[in-house]
Design a protein around this ligand. Structure first.
Ligand SMILES: [Zn+2]
Length: 242
């Protein structure tokens, strides 16, 4: 189902020749562009032109890797299914608007037809020509709007159905992306937590080290006593001198 939609968007944006690219990209990741060129029986430049166009619309993305032996870059392509469906949905909605405008026109306005020339014109133009065809001088007939209206109504129903289908596929892809995002955030949080714990452990270890290197309580007191004694004896010496 989805492949059909993706193909139709490629055909609209590029051309029929580019359509098989979908079969090569769908449900895959990082597909080598040389493989795509080989399978499509196109040159690497023709293939890249298609892929660049698709990437302009955000329908594909790439990563590149340097070929260590040859020294040039090789591009690996991935289809952005969500983006493709979104674009297709937008295009179908525009088409629907267009069909509905045409339907409104056919319901509200009269058109005239020259049966000989098979040319249809609107009422204003028919009036200007006094309802006679300037090419063959045949009298215009009122167009049968009913046929046009039936056709347009059929097209509108078909387009609406297609929009519903594409929209539901797009929502499925949207949910997939959302889930991936949640997993990414959770992983990042887990990493940050691990780093915080590591830093905390280091701080605790450093504090312990500092404590160890400090003189113990007894030694400290002894040192202080010593220092006080030195100060006292100095004071006595000073007094004696006076
Ligand atoms: Zn005519």
């Amino acid at each position: 189902m989805q492949t059909k939609f993706l193909k139709s968007i490629v055909e609209t944006l590029i051309n029929k020749q580019a359509v098989p690219i979908i079969d090569l990209l769908v449900d895959k990741k990082n597909v080598n562009e040389f493989l795509i060129a080989k399978k499509l029986k196109l040159t690497i430049n023709q293939t890249r032109n298609i892929l660049y166009k698709l990437s302009d619309y955000g329908l594909v993305s790439f990563i590149r890797k340097k070929d260590k032996r040859k020294g040039w870059y090789i591009y690996f392509w991935t289809l952005n299914t969500y983006q493709s469906l979104k674009l297709l949905e937008e295009n179908l909605k525009k088409e629907l608007e267009n069909l509905e405008a045409q339907l409104k026109n056919r319901n509200e306005k009269r058109y005239y037809l020259c049966n000989t020339c098979s040319i249809e014109i609107n009422e204003e133009s028919a009036l200007l020509n006094d309802f006679v065809c300037p090419e063959c001088e045949e009298v215009y007939h009122l167009s049968n709007n009913k046929d046009f209206i039936n056709e347009l109504e059929k097209n509108i129903i078909r387009t609406k159905k297609e929009i519903d289908l594409v929209s539901s596929e797009r929502k499925i892809e949207e949910n997939k992306l959302e889930k991936k995002k949640v997993v990414k955030i959770k992983n990042a949080e887990r990493k940050a937590k691990a780093i915080r714990k590591k830093n905390r452990d280091i701080r605790v270890a450093v504090k312990k080290e500092i404590k160890k290197s400090k003189p113990t309580g007894d030694k400290k007191n002894q040192k202080i006593k010593k220092a006080k004694n030195i100060v006292k004896s100095r004071g006595k010496q000073k007094k004696k001198k006076k």
